[in-house]
Design a binder for this molecule. Sequence first.
Ligand code: HAM
Length: 426
Amino acid sequence: MKNYQTPRGTQDVLPEESYRWQQVETAMRQLCRLYGYDEIRTPIFEDTDVFKRENDSSDMVNKEMYTFSMGEGDSLTLRPEGTAGVIRSFVQHKMYGRSELPVKLWYKGEMFRHERPQKGRYRQFNQFGIENIGLKSPLIDAEVIALGYQLVKNFGLSQIKVLINTLGDAASRSAYRAVLKEHFKDAVEELCPDCKRRYQQNPLRLLDCKVDRDHWSMQHVPSLQDSLTEASKTYFKEVLAALDALKIPYEVDEKLVRGLDYYTDTVFEVVSTHPESGSQSAVFAGGRYDGLVEYFGGPEMSGVGFALGMERLILLAEAEGIILDKKPDCDVYVMALGEVGEVPLELATRCRKAGWITECNLVPRSLKAQFKSVDRRKAKAVVIAGENEIQNHQITIKHILTQRQVTVDLTQLEETLAAMLKEEGE
Ligand code: HAM
């Protein structure tokens, strides 16, 4: 018989793990509320062109997309990231026409990349992301980084570092591309096939290569800084000054170019320095994109954002020993003794209406077995619906820690429990 398993690079979030996921999601929602971001939900698949833009040189677009067709002449792709779909939607719904700019959006959900799976890197993974679209200011870049930074800090991560760089404006980048083409011209034939493609499509991407890291041509690469226009230099300085003002520590990493093609000016990556984070250390990453809104047919408008890997946040929190949410203990356990019919269910329903987490014994079981469940669910109080008592319209309520026990009229269930649940055990 076939041994059914999750596909490679995917994972089940098991019931006991779901609480920490909800914790992350709640923290994200609360923070986005404070910063005035609204949620957007876009489809999990889009027309392939949304992601595969003309002459795109990124690995994600060229090698990692799950693309399929349903035979209707269409080509669809499971989203490998959130930004492109959000900008497609921004343009489609003419959000740029809103009186209040920037438009501030957040999203979360599954992304799909056909990568080689390893710890912290999956084929289906979850991102939380924000996009701030419509205005351009170094202060906005800093505010976007601040939101992500606050999120990971609120979570208790301490071993993190903000790496930041600028790719400059269009003029800076085109000057730098020419410099790189010249620099790599004698080396390109010796580089890996991906680098050969990158050399043609976008020489900036060469700096990302993991295969040829030690090749002689990679040793003394001319710096992008020397190709930056004055405007780009000033812009970047102002981003850094804003981070200083917000007391967000950072390191300028001149080699940081990021794996996606749409970035301009500020790019950043927030990485974990914890030894267990290994090679998949980026917790969240993003940057500014000047041309994307226009590419999708909108006006000339800039945007900036980041995406955070939710699996990575959870893994790193665990590695740092942070205690994450787990299933809450139960407040009340309703036990049934003898022929009491639907009474336990009625009592449990009343408890739930009162707002207590309640478990109830609904199948015939021994007293011993029921007490085991009470133990396992760490119930604070037990309601015992016994046959004789029910005949007298009564129930017994017991506080587990204090062992205090009372028998009361059925109508007094809520008030007795309310008082009892306030009691602290010794
Ligand atoms: P990205 O760097 O490709 O950027 O991904 C952002 C984050 O998603 C990474 O830092 C990492 O935490 C997580 N991540 C990426 N790939 C995987 C994977 N295979 N398994 C687990 N986690 C992963 C973007 O996606 C851009 N859309 C970010 C952005 C938003 N830029 C501007 N706005």
